[in-house]
Design a protein around this ligand. Structure first.
Ligand code: ADP
Length: 424
């Protein structure tokens, strides 16, 4: 029989038997009242036992109870058993997760909504110099006082971005730090030891800088002598070889100068020594140089500039980036083509664009254009006097000005190169 039907019969049986006794003794109402009171007391007593069982932490088996209360106890017990199992499973999972992250060589720090430290693994002690329990609950920027970390966390743009800084615990260790937001307000900070990689990068850039520097003097001497020989006009036979040698030496000097500029851009600290740069004045000069470069090809070059729009930065670097883009447009646009230079601002910041009606670039080349020595057509680039380093320089200069290079191009239609500088 279903428990509720059983309970109903129990209640009915009690009431009817009491009514019957009441009827026999002539106190029907009193015995009916007594039946109700007994039934209610029994329920209250079982409710009390349930409450007692709960208050004991529900650790023990539920008390035996007849009727519907037996079922109630049993269901609670089952529910409690299930919850306990689930809790144990979750705790096991959490323990395993903590054990695995603790064993990781990378530092892992769980940060709360205000970037306060909630948990960290063993590697964080070694890499970031955190200490448990002293540092728990403290904002991470109070403990690791690097402006780059502060800036990274306040701008909160964590997608595919990472910052590098020296370990606060070990000055010879270089760290790459990234943050992954999760669960709405939580953040996972990961720090990886990249000392080895950093050293290799440094060796590479030092090597390039040294080689370029060493080549500079011999090249200057060679081109000086070539000029003298050309001026002397000793023999008609040597005219062409001398011309070719002069052109190739000039190319090598351009490459060396670009490589030196790139290593300078890489090694110098960001954002130091900037000034307000008058871009309209700078563009006037670049326009004149582009007209000279265009020469007989007579490109139609137009410049539109928002008056008094300045930018905080390094004038020489910006000049180099802007002129690289403009000279590329001249080089890769057939004679008579149109080149438009635009310097303007909107609510997102300042923008410098160069668009041309040149040959355009196939989409598969676009992601690699800013790599060093990457050219779509090597022969053409060399013929135009390109070094293959122009767009790499542009990218580095923009990085140093918190800018971003955006390229749009369609084969046969032309290209648009846009430098976006965020509002500061
Ligand atoms: P380069 O010295 O060869 O011009 P860059 O780094 O400046 O080197 O440019 C890389 C390559 O991108 C060039 O070789 C060229 O193929 C392509 N490129 C750059 N600007 C343009 C442009 N405005 N139109 C078409 N192709 C371009």
């Amino acid at each position: 029989m279903a428990p509720w039907v059983q309970e109903f019969w129990r209640m009915l049986g009690l009431t009817l038997s009491m009514l019957f006794i009441g009827f026999l003794v002539g106190q029907t109402f009193l015995f009916f009242f007594l039946a109700c009171l007994t039934y209610l007391s029994w329920h209250l007593y079982n409710l009390y036992r349930l409450e007692q069982w709960f208050s004991q932490g529900r650790k023990f088996e539920p008390p035996e109870a007849p009727g519907i209360w037996g079922d109630v106890f049993y269901h609670f017990y089952r529910l409690q058993q299930r919850n306990r199992k689930r809790k144990r499973k979750l705790a096991d999972m959490l323990k395993r997760f903590q054990e695995s992250t603790a064993a990781m060589p990378d530092a892992t720090v769980v940060l709360g909504p205000r970037y306060e430290i909630e948990w960290f693994n063993k590697a964080a002690i070694q890499l970031l110099g955190l200490q448990s329990p002293r540092d728990r609950g403290q904002p991470i920027t109070n403990l690791i006082r690097y402006p780059s970390l502060h800036h990274y966390l306040t701008q909160a743009n964590f997608e595919n971005t990472a910052i590098k800084f020296v370990s606060p615990n070990n000055p010879s260790m270089m760290l790459s730090v990234s943050v992954i937001p999760y669960a709405e307000t939580q953040h996972l900070l990961l720090a990886r030891d990249i000392t080895h990689l950093h050293r290799l990068e440094q060796i590479r850039s030092d090597f390039i800088a040294n080689v370029s520097h060493e080549l500079r003097t011999p090249l200057t001497v060679i081109s000086g002598f070539l000029e003298t020989l050309q001026d002397a006009q000793t023999c008609h036979e040597f005219e062409r070889p001398l011309l070719l040698m002069t052109q190739q030496t000039a190319r090598m000097r351009n490459i060396v100068e670009d490589l030196l500029l790139l290593s300078r851009l890489e090694s110098e600290a960001n954002g130091n020594g900037g000034v307000m740069v008058e871009v309209d004045e700078m563009l006037k000069n670049i326009y004149e140089e582009a007209t000279v470069l265009s020469g007989e090809q007579k490109h139609r070059i137009t410049v539109s500039v928002e008056k008094d729009l300045t930018i905080y930065g390094h004038p020489e670097e910006l000049r180099s980036a802007f002129s690289n883009l403009v000279f590329n447009a001249v080089r890769y646009t057939p004679a008579g083509g149109e080149i438009t230079i635009h310097w303007y601002s909107d609510k997102e910041g300042a923008h410098f664009t160069v668009s041309d009606t040149g040959d355009g670039i196939a989409p598969e080349h676009l992601p690699r254009l800013t790599e060093r020595f990457y050219r779509v057509d090597v022969g053409r680039s060399r013929h135009q006097g390109g070094t293959g380093l122009g767009l790499a320089i542009v990218k580095h200069v923009l990085n140093r000005h918190q800018g971003h290079l955006h390229i749009e191009s369609q084969l046969g239609q032309g290209s648009l190169f846009r430098c976006d500088f965020p509002n500061r």
